[in-house]
Design a protein. Structure first.
Length: 194
C-alpha cells in the first residue's frame, strides 16, 4: 500500500481533506503527517473560519476540535522522530523542511502538496514523488474506483451536521470544480455508469 505524506496545503480545504482521508480509510493508501503539520492546519483552519465571519474564539475551538479528531481517529498517521532531519534538504523555503523530514521518517512514497515549486525534485530524496492533490487523487481513484466511490459516500453520510446535507453528485461536483480533480471524478463517473 502506498504511503502519502499530506501537507497542510491539501488538508486545509474541507471537502478535499475529507475525500483524501476517506480514501485512506478505504485503504487506497496510508496517510501520514507530523505534529508540525497538524499545528499549521489548526492555525490555518482557525484563520479560514474567522475570514468566514466565525467569531475568533469559536473559530479557534472548532480548529482545535478538528485536530483533536484527527489525532483520535488517525493517531497512527502521526510521524514521530522527524526533527533530526529538519533543515537538512536545502529546500527553497526552509519552513517546508519539516514536510520532507516527516516524509522520509514516515516512509512516504509521495508528498501530496499544492506547493509543488517548494519541493524541487532534485532536493527531495529519491523514491519520494511530489504530487498535487488532484494528481494524487487521480492515481488513487485509478487504483480503486470502487473505494473512491465508497469514500465519496462516506462524505455524504457524514454531511449535514454542520451544514447542508450533500449528495454524491454534489460532492463530485465540488471535487471537480473547486479542487480540479477532473480526471479522478471522470473515472468515478465512468465507474458508476458501468
Amino acid at each position: 500500500m502506498p504511503v502519502a505524506l499530506l501537507d497542510t496545503s491539501v488538508l486545509w480545504p474541507g471537502v478535499q481533506r475529507d475525500f483524501l482521508l476517506s480514501l485512506h480509510i478505504q485503504g487506497a493508501y496510508r496517510a501520514v503527517w507530523s505534529e508540525a503539520i497538524l499545528e499549521e492546519l489548526e492555525y490555518h483552519e482557525a484563520r479560514k473560519l474567522v475570514k468566514r465571519r466565525v467569531e475568533e474564539t469559536v473559530a479557534q475551538e472548532r480548529a482545535r476540535g478538528l485536530i483533536a479528531q484527527m489525532r483520535q481517529h488517525f493517531g497512527d498517521s502521526i510521524v514521530q522522530g522527524w526533527e533530526v532531519l529538519d533543515g537538512t534538504f536545502g529546500l527553497p523555503d526552509p519552513d517546508d523542511e519539516h514536510v520532507v523530514a516527516a516524509a522520509v521518517v514516515g516512509g512516504a512514497d509521495v508528498i501530496v502538496t499544492e506547493n509543488l515549486r517548494h519541493f524541487p525534485a532534485e532536493l527531495v530524496p529519491s523514491g519520494i514523488d511530489v504530487l498535487s492533490a488532484a494528481a494524487f487523487a487521480r492515481n488513487a481513484v485509478d487504483l480503486s474506483p470502487r473505494g473512491a466511490i465508497a469514500a465519496v459516500d462516506e462524505i455524504v453520510d457524514r454531511s449535514g451536521r454542520l451544514g447542508p446535507q450533500l449528495t454524491r453528485d454534489g460532492v463530485l461536483e465540488v471535487l471537480e470544480g473547486r479542487y480540479a480533480m477532473v480526471e479522478a471524478v471522470c473515472t468515478m463517473r465512468e465507474y458508476l455508469r458501468s
